[in-house]
Design a protein around this ligand. Structure first.
Ligand SMILES: Nc1nc2c(c(=O)[nH]1)N[C@H]1C(S)=C(S)[C@@H](COP(=O)(O)OP(=O)(O)OC[C@H]3O[C@@H](n4cnc5c(=O)[nH]c(N)nc54)[C@H](O)[C@@H]3O)O[C@H]1N2
Ligand SMILES: Nc1nc2c(c(=O)[nH]1)N[C@H]1C(S)=C(S)[C@@H](COP(=O)(O)OP(=O)(O)OC[C@H]3O[C@@H](n4cnc5c(=O)[nH]c(N)nc54)[C@H](O)[C@@H]3O)O[C@H]1N2
Ligand code: SF4
Ligand SMILES: [Mo]
Length: 764
């Protein structure tokens, strides 16, 4: 393949061999054999990149200028993602404990490992029923693999318990999309941002979590778009906002209702749109009118004028976009909060036009595809319903089984943990998840996983969760297989294979196929390539909401991705939804009144502060990949607690001091990062670390009632200066820590201490 060398980025470090840990023998571009067009394996933006291959190894990366979303840009995670492929920590053979839970993980052959798994699963199911085995899957995998896991659970194992880590991520968004709009996909392509004159970002740290999307935001700003940001922290983009609403965590629906109040009382609603394209307005209007700005301001810890200003700005726009993410969704009211956003957009007629919409910024690389391929507890491929008789009949026919043999809905991932504790679930096959970092209330999770009769994990690095497994199987990284993902825009794109898995590691889908064979179900999994799975998946989604039938690998390449729904071979896909109809049978969207209900835990005397958790630009999720990437680890070597200057003074804490943060679940000690960019009543800890560094030791496992997402973003906490540093501190280079703290505070993109004091916050 020929690539214009003029486009190469000279800052790329492609001359270091991360496998050997020394400068690489390939030090000139001439030694690069191939450039494989693919996409970043990390966030939902799915930037296009080329992997450089030399001597059968991935040795570097170049951004793709020909991919319309990133146009030659990559963030720090994207530029270093390739370093995971040849990493010395890669798992290259199966591991198992041969003598019970306390024996070590030892090398095993594939035959021994897979035979043991098949035998034990059968024994456990024979003794305790088919549902005693659960599948816990993930969304950072290709659509092909997500589809396969849903089918493997139901057909290979015959269990109803199949769910995935998107439960911790996208389930509030799904709930809101399903209730308000009828289709669980972003309403607009990202490029629509350039047509908006007002952009309202609520609960999304765009600069750190969707870094490349930020460039669209700046372009929109250059074209005059106004920006409203609602976040308890002054994130990088918030520093430039026209209106910044530093609300108290967990109070989003009060703010959104109050904005609707202002729109109603100032005649800024679009009566024509409401009349023609929606149902349920009167009830929602009546609810919103209970939230005058003075009332909401008290609840949210804001000034009433700021709420009014934000509402006017939003309401006067010709085309306005609302972007949300986990800030608003990781709450026990997460679905309600999403619905409240949709209410606002519907009331102002902001749908179905360029630059007008409401969209949740999907998190994981395949957070979109992963939530529609049938690996969810209540779902079949294509966003079909597992309890819908027609959907069941259809999928059973595609899978070649009887409808009666298709299991019904099982437990969502978050309810699997208590089911393990009750010994109702006795074995688990886990792939592409690391709950020993990511699930709330880690002490309980650890007890549940340790109690399993058989715990099998497929990963490519030994994660904190693998450490608890009885059998660990080495799977593949994204560069070692082909397959599709669906980006946060709803655009289906394709990963291409650059290299073979190392050592005895195997492609995930091959492992699952082999296991199915050993379970006597091989005939249902006859695949010899990812493409075979894709072709079956296309059929399985035919006629469904998330219709992939018209998408082929070739069409993806020709069009640089295809937006679903794409129902026919002729269709070129659907970038913008809701131009004419919403996703319900009558084509109309649905308003729902959303009363404000406080978070499950509010500050009290013992725990007087609000703790919120989230991300930093340098790490991805549980950090199992990014903590192994030298540059990224140096930038963020350990967790810290962000707290405001005034609170730090009050508590007698100096920047860099060790601080013990306590909640009703547990405590942890981390260094203080004293900033002005957070509400004084709020603490923030990044969650990308494991063991005693896991923020989820502290978080509240309370769940959203409908869709069962945990309340990661709000719990009550206390902070005191620690008597001593934690044990892990001795492994930390103090210079590195100092440097990382400085970089966090001064790097413009990291958004800490620069810019004004938090405006609008009493006491700031
Ligand atoms: N660098 C990086 N990028 C990522 C990821 C990563 O791990 N690292 N993960 C990807 C994934 S899977 C996801 S889900 C996304 C997540 O993307 P985001 O949702 O943007 O990230 P978070 O840091 O979880 O939370 C976003 C913001 O919510 C704010 N917040 C906290 N509580 C509240 C509240 O009550 N209301 C409001 N309105 N805001 C609140 C926090 O201060 C934070 O700035 O990022 C994706 N991109
Ligand atoms: N406190 C707190 N907790 C949170 C959040 C928060 O904001 N605060 N955010 C939540 C959110 S939004 C999310 S998405 C979750 C994520 O939580 P997890 O899903 O637990 O995190 P990951 O790091 O994605 O775990 C994926 C694991 O699978 C491996 N892996 C990745 N790709 C593949 C693959 O293709 N094949 C195989 N076999 N393995 C693979 C990785 O090495 C990693 O060990 O965390 C949630 N937890
Ligand atoms: S923005 Fe997301 S997809 Fe793009 S390079 Fe960064 S992590 Fe990868
Ligand atoms: Mo996520």
């Amino acid at each position: 393949m020929s690539v214009d060398k003029g486009l190469f980025n000279p800052r790329q470090t492609d001359t270091y061999d991360f496998y050997e840990g020394k400068p690489a023998p390939w030090n000139s571009e001439e030694e690069i054999e191939r450039l494989v067009p693919t996409h970043c394996c990390y966030c939902g933006v799915q930037c296009g990149m080329y992997l450089k291959v030399a001597k059968g190894k991935v040795v570097g990366v170049e951004p793709r200028y020909d991919f319309p979303l990133n146009h030659g840009m990559l963030c720090p995670k994207g530029t270093t993602a390739y370093q995971t492929v040849n990493h010395p920590d890669r798992l290259t053979y199966p591991l198992m404990r041969r003598n019970g839970k306390n024996s070590p993980l030892e090398r095993a052959s594939w035959d021994e490992a897979l035979d043991t798994i098949a035998r034990r699963f059968r024994e456990i199911q024979g003794q305790h029923g088919a549902d005693a085995v659960a599948v816990y899957s993930g969304s950072s995998m290709t659509n092909e693999k997500c589809y396969l896991m849903g089918k493997f659970a139901r057909v290979g194992l015959g269990t109803r318990h199949c769910d995935y880590n998107g439960r911790l991520c996208m389930s509030s968004a799904t709930g809101a999309n399903d209730r308000s709009l009828g289709i669980d996909r972003a309403a607009n392509p990202i490029s629509d941002m350039l047509h908006s004159d007002v952009i309202f970002v609520i609960g999304a740290n765009v600069g750190e979590c969707f870094p490349i999307v930020t460039s669209y935001l700046w372009q929109a700003r250059d074209r005059g778009a106004k920006l409203i940001v609602a976040d308890p922290r002054q994130t990088p983009i918030a520093r430039t906002a026209d209106v910044f609403l530093p609300l108290r965590s967990g109070t989003d629906s009060a703010l959104l209702n109050s904005m609707l109040y202002v729109l109603i009382t100032e005649n800024l609603v679009d009566e024509d749109f409401i009349g023609a394209r929606t149902n349920g307005w009167e009830e929602t209007k009546a609810e919103a009118l209970k939230y005058p700005p003075e009332r909401a301001a008290k609840v949210c810890g804001l000034k009433p004028e700021t709420i009014i200003e934000a509402a006017r700005l939003y309401g006067q726009a010709n085309a306005a976009m609302i972007y949300t993410a986990r800030g608003l969704e990781h709450q026990s009211k997460g679905v309600d909060n999403g619905v409240a956003c949709a209410n606002l957009a519907l009331a102002t007629g902001n749908f179905g036009r360029p630059g007008a919409g409401y969209m949740t910024l999907t998190g994981q690389g395949n957070g979109q595809g992963g939530r529609e391929m049938g690996q969810k507890a209540s779902q079949l491929p294509g966003e079909r319903e597992i309890e819908d008789p027609e959907d069941r009949e259809y999928i059973a026919s595609i899978w070649g089984i009887e409808e009666v043999d298709l299991p019904h809905a099982g437990y969502p991932a978050t309810l699997m943990i208590p089911a393990m504790e009750r010994e109702e679930i006795r074995a688990c096959l886990m792939i592409c998840s690391n709950p020993m970092v990511s699930l709330p209330d880690q002490h309980t999770v650890e007890r549940a996983l340790r109690g399993l009769d058989l715990f099998v994990v497929i990963d490519f690095f030994l994660s904190e969760t693998c450490e608890l497994a009885d059998i660990v199987l080495p799977g593949n990284v994204w560069a070692e297989d082909e397959g599709t993902t669906t980006s946060l825009e709803g655009r289906v794109i394709k990963y291409n294979q650059a290299v073979e898995p190392p050592g005895e590691a195997r492609r995930d889908w091959e492992i699952i196929g082999d296991l199915a064979k050993r379970l006597g179900k091989g005939q249902y999994f006859p695949y010899t390539s990812a493409r075979d799975i894709f072709d079956e998946m296309r059929l399985a989604t035919k006629g469904a909401k998330a219709d992939y039938f018209g998408i082929t690998y070739e069409k993806i390449e020709e069009q640089n991705g295809v937006f679903w729904p794409c129902p026919t071979p002729e269709s070129t896909g659907t970038p913008r939804l809701y131009e004419e109809r919403f996703g319900f049978p009558d084509g109309k969207a649905r308003f729902h009144p959303i009363p404000y209900i406080p978070p499950a835990e509010e500050p009290d005397e013992e725990y007087p502060l609000v703790l919120t958790t989230g991300r930093v630009i340098y790490h991805y999720l549980s950090g199992n990949q990014t903590r192994r990437t030298p540059f990224l680890l140096e930038q963020a070597p350990c967790p810290w607690v962000e707290l405001h200057t005034t609170m730090a003074q009050k508590l007698g804490i100096n920047d860099g001091d060790w601080v013990t943060v306590r909640t009703r679940r547990g405590e942890m000690t981390v260094p203080a990062l004293v900033v002005r960019s957070i509400r004084p009543d709020t603490l923030f800890i990044p969650y990308h670390y494991g063991h005693t560094q896991a923020a989820n030791i502290l978080t509240n496992p309370v769940l959203e009632p409908m869709n069962k997402i945990p309340e990661y973003k709000v719990c009550a906490a206390s902070a005191v200066r620690a008597e001593r540093a934690p044990d892990w501190a001795k492994d930390l280079d103090p210079e590195l820590l100092k440097q990382a703290r400085r970089s966090r505070k001064t790097l413009p993109s990291a958004g800490a201490n620069v810019g004004p004091r938090v405006p609008g916050v009493p006491g700031a």
